[in-house]
Design a protein around this ligand. Sequence first.
Ligand SMILES: *[C@@H]1O[C@H](CO)[C@@H](O)[C@H](O)[C@H]1NC(C)=O
Ligand SMILES: *[C@@H]1O[C@H](CO)[C@@H](O)[C@H](O)[C@H]1NC(C)=O
Ligand SMILES: *[C@@H]1O[C@H](CO)[C@@H](O)[C@H](O)[C@H]1NC(C)=O
Ligand SMILES: *[C@@H]1O[C@H](CO)[C@@H](O)[C@H](O)[C@H]1NC(C)=O
Ligand SMILES: *[C@@H]1O[C@H](CO)[C@@H](O)[C@H](O)[C@H]1NC(C)=O
Ligand SMILES: *[C@@H]1O[C@H](CO)[C@@H](O)[C@H](O)[C@H]1NC(C)=O
Ligand SMILES: *[C@@H]1O[C@H](CO)[C@@H](O)[C@H](O)[C@H]1NC(C)=O
Ligand SMILES: *[C@@H]1O[C@H](CO)[C@@H](O)[C@H](O)[C@H]1NC(C)=O
Ligand SMILES: *[C@@H]1O[C@H](CO)[C@@H](O)[C@H](O)[C@H]1NC(C)=O
Ligand SMILES: *[C@@H]1O[C@H](CO)[C@@H](O)[C@H](O)[C@H]1NC(C)=O
Ligand SMILES: *[C@@H]1O[C@H](CO)[C@@H](O)[C@H](O)[C@H]1NC(C)=O
Ligand SMILES: *[C@@H]1O[C@H](CO)[C@@H](O)[C@H](O)[C@H]1NC(C)=O
Length: 650
Amino acid sequence: MDLTLLLCALLLTAFCCRRSAGVPGEEEVIPEILEFQVGDNAHLSCDSSLPTDNRSNVDWFFKHKDQLIPIFRVRQGQGQPDPGDYQHRLTLLGGANLSLAHVTPRDERIFICQVKAIGSHTQEKHIQLRIYKAPKEPTIQASTSGISVTSKVLQEVATCNGEDGYPLPHITWYKNRTPLKEEKNRIRFTESRTKESSGLYTVRSTLWAQLDKEDKEALFYCELSYRLPGGDHMKESKEVNVTIYYPMEKVWLEVMPNRLLKEGDKVELKCLSDGNPPPDFTIRKQDPSSHDWLEVENTSDAVLVLEQANRHHSGLYECLGLDFETGMEAIDQQQLLVNYVSNVQVQPRAPVTFEGNSLKLNCSAESSQPVVFQWKREKTGEVLKNGSVLHLTNLTREAGGGYLCVASVPKVPGLKHTQLVNVTINGSPWVMAKERHMWVKENEVVNLTCEISGKPRPTISWSVNGTVYEHDKDFQSILSTLKVQVIPELLEKGVVCQASNSLGSNKTTILLELVNLTTPTVTTTENTTSSHGTTTNSPSAKANGTSTGDQVKKAGTRQESKGVVIVAVIVCILLLAVLGAVLYFLYKKGKMPCGRSGKQEITLPLARKNEIVVEVKSDKLPEEMGLLQGSNGDKRSPRDQGEKYIDLRH
Ligand SMILES: *[C@@H]1O[C@H](CO)[C@@H](O)[C@H](O)[C@H]1NC(C)=O
Ligand SMILES: *[C@@H]1O[C@H](CO)[C@@H](O)[C@H](O)[C@H]1NC(C)=O
Ligand SMILES: *[C@@H]1O[C@H](CO)[C@@H](O)[C@H](O)[C@H]1NC(C)=O
Ligand SMILES: *[C@@H]1O[C@H](CO)[C@@H](O)[C@H](O)[C@H]1NC(C)=O
Ligand SMILES: *[C@@H]1O[C@H](CO)[C@@H](O)[C@H](O)[C@H]1NC(C)=O
Ligand SMILES: *[C@@H]1O[C@H](CO)[C@@H](O)[C@H](O)[C@H]1NC(C)=O
Ligand SMILES: *[C@@H]1O[C@H](CO)[C@@H](O)[C@H](O)[C@H]1NC(C)=O
Ligand SMILES: *[C@@H]1O[C@H](CO)[C@@H](O)[C@H](O)[C@H]1NC(C)=O
Ligand SMILES: *[C@@H]1O[C@H](CO)[C@@H](O)[C@H](O)[C@H]1NC(C)=O
Ligand SMILES: *[C@@H]1O[C@H](CO)[C@@H](O)[C@H](O)[C@H]1NC(C)=O
Ligand SMILES: *[C@@H]1O[C@H](CO)[C@@H](O)[C@H](O)[C@H]1NC(C)=O
Ligand SMILES: *[C@@H]1O[C@H](CO)[C@@H](O)[C@H](O)[C@H]1NC(C)=O
């Protein structure tokens, strides 16, 4: 490297020597080039080879045009500035070397140092100063008006500014990181330069171009290149984009959501185009009968929103785009299909039949798509059949009630409709239980219930006056509730719930039994209003089999006591008859002396103080008591240890 430089220097010297030899009297000196940045202190040195002792005269000049302007002189080692621009900025450093303070672009000139030594030739050294200043960060401004691709003339894209540089910085434009070059009718740059009082330059370049639609995402920037001592440098501006206007070529009509639609869906029809700005859109629908196109109202921003689409929204839609700038028109059409299932019907509509009969239910529906049918039981949701026809054979009472026909479209998830049909099985009223027992307290207000099924709907009447509520438990059965106060009469007779319709009648008898709440074995939380099922849940049942006769008696076994009393009375009468016969027999035989005190106890009137104790064995299990009531059962149980004592007083 050094060798090459040396060679170059030699060659240059040779060339210059040849030239100076060719032009006699004018000595051509090759200037030394020194580079500084604005503001630096420049060191101007005379060549060290020149003898610069006290006896030499040194003169410094600068070259202006072809003149040499003296600026500094050195005599006997003493330096002295000449008046002028440089008077205050030059300092003698030593020998003939000078320092020039705070260089500016104006100092970019040739300085000459002349040394006249006694007895020798005048020798010169030329110094060319080069001054540099980096420009500020470049600024860029994109065109705000936007660029139309249809324009025939070049349009302003952006302007770049590079301030305060020296020498003049160079601006290069880039699009998407690729440098731009001027191209006829495509790309042009215009540049303006300003020289400020400080000598620095400001450069401003504008990019003009013809852009395409593809440039809509292009990024532009500019680069400032400049030199500083020691090398080249550059600075880049930010990247900017510009709005590109391009005409529409086509439009689309988009349907959202993009799947099979069903009634109730929210559907959006949207016009889109490839133009910028978008054209004027019109959404139209074809009238199915007249085939005329009718403008759709309620569109905003080229979107038609059907909040709850229905089958009437189906049809052919079109989107019409009109570009006023170019007069261009474009159309796109879409068929909208809103699927539906409706008018699900069952034949017969309200089937009525009798027990043991068969029934055929036929389901049909209207739909835009193939439908599948399914039959379900309303009460349980149990699937009975896949298919439109349901065959019910050997109908029972329980088969009466609701059946559901579900019509669905498998292709369109969620699209289904259901029809309920009530199957009536005619029959005389049925009661849930012929006879029931209820445990009550005296004077308490209780609800007595009675559940009846039967068609036609039976009328229900109660044997006692009270408040009656009636409600349909399901299609086939009715629940009637009687709210009544427990009075002794009810305890005796019980309450009868009577139901009848055209096909017959039926009844339930509710027997009311007193509960002695003070009995420890009776749970006071007993639900006295509960209907069937609690009949076996009697207080005596709680007393297990080990209950004493006393406890059983307390359990309100009124009816049984009556039976026992009757038996006791009969036994009494029989005993009286036997006694009478014996007395008569004795009297006839004369064995019995009337008025004898010895037989006092027998002849005393029975009604007085005689107590005849009749022992009756209780022969019923407490659990059976409810079942055996009224039947006057005589079953004996070996388990039974309870005994009843009944007082027979006269
Ligand atoms: C130059 O002159 C100065 C004073 O005039 C003296 O001090 C100095 O020694 C001289 N130098 C030479 C090399 O003669
Ligand atoms: C003048 O400057 C040159 C180059 O910087 C240097 O070599 C020389 O020694 C200087 N002379 C004096 C007397 O300082
Ligand atoms: C420039 O690009 C940004 C981000 O990509 C975008 O938000 C902006 O709208 C664009 N400006 C123009 C004029 O295209
Ligand atoms: C347009 O919207 C209004 C109010 O939202 C509504 O009353 C009218 O029926 C709509 N017209 C059409 C054609 O949908
Ligand atoms: C109808 O049902 C009854 C009772 O469930 C049964 O005894 C009878 O066999 C059934 N008849 C037919 C034809 O299924
Ligand atoms: C009354 O209801 C019962 C069911 O509790 C039923 O067995 C009976 O057949 C019914 N009587 C009439 C006459 O329907
Ligand atoms: C009886 O039934 C009626 C209506 O269902 C209800 O308001 C009332 O509280 C019930 N009475 C009793 C004691 O359960
Ligand atoms: C029920 O009330 C009616 C009218 O209020 C009355 O004629 C009838 O005697 C009452 N029956 C009973 C059992 O109290
Ligand atoms: C079926 O019966 C129910 C009452 O159980 C009633 O609410 C419903 O309206 C009936 N439906 C038809 C279709 O008759
Ligand atoms: C309940 O039984 C107790 C004895 O256990 C008796 O003293 C009381 O009189 C009874 N009450 C009724 C209402 O029978
Ligand atoms: C009584 O029975 C009714 C219905 O059967 C129930 O709602 C209620 O909670 C029961 N009360 C008690 C105390 O068990
Ligand atoms: C009643 O019987 C149950 C189970 O059989 C037993 O746990 C309970 O102790 C018995 N109660 C009495 C009072 O004997």
